[in-house]
Design a protein. Sequence first.
Length: 225
Amino acid sequence: MQNFLILRLDGPMQAWGTHTYEDFRPSNLYPTRSGLLGLLAACLGIERKDTDGQSRLAASIEFSVRIDTDVVRLGREKFVRKPGVKLPDFHTVMDARKVDGKASKFPVVSRREYLFDAAFTVAVGEKAQVHYTLERLAEALRRPCYTPSLGRRSCPLTRPLLDGEPVEAANAVEALRKASGCGNLVYSESVLSEQPLRLRDVPLHGHKRQFGTRLVYLHKDASCS
């Protein structure tokens, strides 16, 4: 058995960026590893230029994400699914980066996706080599150094991130079954299944924003508590 922190990501808008450049910034349908690490780094006060601190944080923890659903009682039904909806917003960007890295002389219309009416529950577990313990993370989540947001600064939270005390379970999927709320899809880094997915959302800490790949494993197991 091991302990897991349970995070609740709930807000009117969220944005979990995927492969992009200046004129189009899409959002993933669930939180990315880079986005979750950035969220915790903000709470801890780790600066973006502190590549050593970011690397130590990334080496310390692993994530499992549950896509949550609304609990609505309709007759004998216990809940109905309310998935997040992606909608674009349009911005005019000055000095946008071109492919060669230089700034454009002309304004660029940028389309940015946001995820509306979505909620997620995240189980955070420790890896073997721990630099930032769950206890230290929990303290930072209760008293964040920088204001946390759900992927972008324009996406505030509607509730505290930390959901109660740590949960003791055999693995992260079991921990999410014990967590409050409802959900039937889990994307886990640590608990294997027969449905692996390869994602490119692992931050490579250097002077440029680059990303490596990882495997996550899909679990379909409805749970409500």
